[in-house]
Design a protein around this ligand. Structure first.
Ligand code: NAP
Length: 504
């Protein structure tokens, strides 16, 4: 138990200004107490540093979600000062029941799924025919986007116009190249076919300006939309601009001047509603349930796919691709070391404990996912359809722990609640990657007071069928590599060799 200290809103405001400025390496004059906190672009680690500083000041840990639910420093300081003025001590658990930590009011996702009525493909007579000459791709500086670029370069002769956040085209190109290099898939001979388009998904007209937007609208033949902000801590409000409004802008581009098919990278997270627990969900099933989707990121994916489907119903040719967690390249093991499984594995190794939970490893290797997306997007029969890129034979999480042990790592499986207590009491700095995931792992939501990991327990998960997807892939040579000891050997070897898994 920790007794709260007494601070006024003014004290907290001054504290937040100085610490935020320090984190962002800017002067305190540049921090505006009325500016939306999400506009400062804090990542999960920075948010947790700010929260742990607040905890030291106030004597209790406020929920990191407050940083996004309170619009600005002024409002947040006011709320926290009211919290410290209440008499009763609160538990310092990170899973508090204080008012300031109350779960945000329920967001009606179906009300969010409204597509600008001016986005309409019009008459379908100008549908593109033949091979695309110019492809527009978002997310090309990301993990999946890099492998989709590789596939598109190999499977088509098109130039790939890549939306990229950068100061200028030169920096954009170098960002794209570095990303391909990082995943060991940069092919110099194709370099001239990668064309950077400086912009931002969260801005109107993708932040490219109306002239460039018109140019793209007139010249692009097909669109691959893989870009999104992936963050397990941010609420819907902080992710909406990039993930939902960004998708709307992509659909706008697809409908202007000439019709361009959109191949959209969604996620199996669209089936995260508790209404689907234990049920079989198939590729073409409608998913109208959103109740019980608590993660802001999953909420944005649900709404964004709905927008894509509304556009489809207005006549836009689309294909929808829903990966589960995307794991490393099955041949080289190269992966995004900052994905959930890798951070969790490293963090648990540092702790010495893994939670004993009934989870399945819902993951598919990135080479499978990217090849499937590009192949399926190029089949006429795919138009209007969704595909579940779920692994056909997922493995149990317990297998992962056994494979890790076989590499000589010492790790114990302990009951989930005991593991949570370890996380609360012994993971107290950003040196352990689980620290920044604490809000994701510990926050309790809704009347049920469940944590996000509770929602992923096998009993609460739907059975995501990929039967139709496998049928659609049957004429190709694309097969999802099995999740077995060989795959784990490849992955672990890369993680060790890259230095990521060197646990002292
Ligand atoms: N990874 C998974 O396990 C997984 C699972 C299911 C579905 N998905 C979906 O797959 C897609 C790709 O995921 P990923 O793993 O490749 O993610 P990633 O590595 O984090 O890449 C995200 C990409 O989106 C770009 N992006 C983010 N915000 C942007 C903005 N405001 N404007 C322009 N570009 C922006 C990023 O650009 P910067 O380089 O500038 O940040 C980056 O290129 C996403 O749609 C994701 O929802 C991923």
């Amino acid at each position: 138990m920790t007794i709260k200290q007494s601070f006024t809103a003014g004290d907290i405001q001054v504290f937040l200004i100085s610490n935020l400025a320090e984190l962002l390496k800017v002067s305190t004059d540049e921090i505006d107490i009325k500016e939306h906190l999400e506009n400062y672009g804090l990542d999960s680690a920075q948010a947790m540093i700010l929260i742990s500083k607040l905890e030291k000041l106030l004597g209790f840990q406020p929920s990191p979600l407050l940083l996004w639910h309170y619009p600005n420093i002024e409002a947040l300081s006011q709320r926290l000062s009211e919290e410290v003025q209440e008499d009763s001590p609160i538990q310092k658990t990170g899973v508090t029941s204080s008012n300031a930590n109350a779960a945000p009011s329920v967001l009606d996702l179906s009300a969010e799924a409204v597509l600008d009525p001016t986005i309409h493909p019009g008459a379908a007579s100008n549908l593109p025919v033949g091979e695309p000459k110019n492809i527009f791709l978002t997310g090309g500086t990301g993990f999946l986007g890099a492998f989709v670029i590789r596939e598109l370069l190999q499977q088509t002769n098109a130039d790939i116009y890549c939306l990229v956040r950068a100061a200028n085209a030169e920096e954009g190109k170098s960002k794209l190249q570095k990303n391909l290099q990082q995943y060991a898939i940069l092919q110099e001979e194709f370099n001239s076919r990668i064309i950077p388009i400086v912009g931002d998904l969260s801005q109107p007209l993708l932040g490219v300006g109306s002239e460039q937007f018109q140019f793209l609208a007139a010249n692009i033949d097909t669109i691959y939309h893989s870009g999104a902000l992936l963050n397990y801590v941010f609420p819907y409000s902080a992710l909406k601009a990039a993930n939902v409004l960004g998708t709307q802008e992509v659909l706008r581009l697809a409908c202007q001047i000439k019709v361009k098919p959109v191949h959209y990278v969604s996620s199996v997270a669209v089936f995260e509603s508790t209404a689907y627990a234990g049920k079989v969900v198939k590729e073409q099933d409608e998913f109208n349930h959103w109740e019980g989707i608590y993660l802001g990121y999953s909420q944005t994916k649900w709404v964004a796919e709905k927008l894509v489907k509304i556009a489809r119903d207005r006549g836009l040719p689309v294909t929808i691709h829903r990966p589960p967690l995307i794991s490393g390249d099955s041949k080289t093991g190269i992966c995004n070391t900052h994905d959930f499984i890798n951070l969790m594995t490293k963090g648990c190794l540092q702790m010495g404990y893994f939670p004993d939970v009934d989870y399945m490893l819902d993951m598919s290797p990135v080479d499978y996912v990217s090849k499937a997306i590009v192949y399926l997007s190029r089949q006429k029969e795919s138009i209007g359809k969704a595909f579940n890129l779920q692994h056909p034979q997922p493995a149990a999480l317990k297998m992962l722990v056994e494979w890790i042990r076989s590499f000589g790592y010492s790790i114990e499986m302990i009951p989930y609640q005991k593991w949570q207590a370890e996380l609360i009491n012994n993971v107290s700095s950003v040196d352990n990657p689980l620290y920044t995931l604490r809000p994701f792992l510990l926050e309790r939501w809704s009347d049920e007071q469940v944590t996000i990991p509770d929602l992923y327990l096998q009993a609460r998960r739907p059975h995501i069928s990929c039967e139709d997807t496998l049928i659609a892939l049957a004429d190709s040579s694309i097969v999802c590599p099995p999740i077995d000891s060989q795959l784990f050997m490849t992955y672990t070897a890369y993680l060790i060799q890259s230095g990521f898994l060197n646990i002292a």
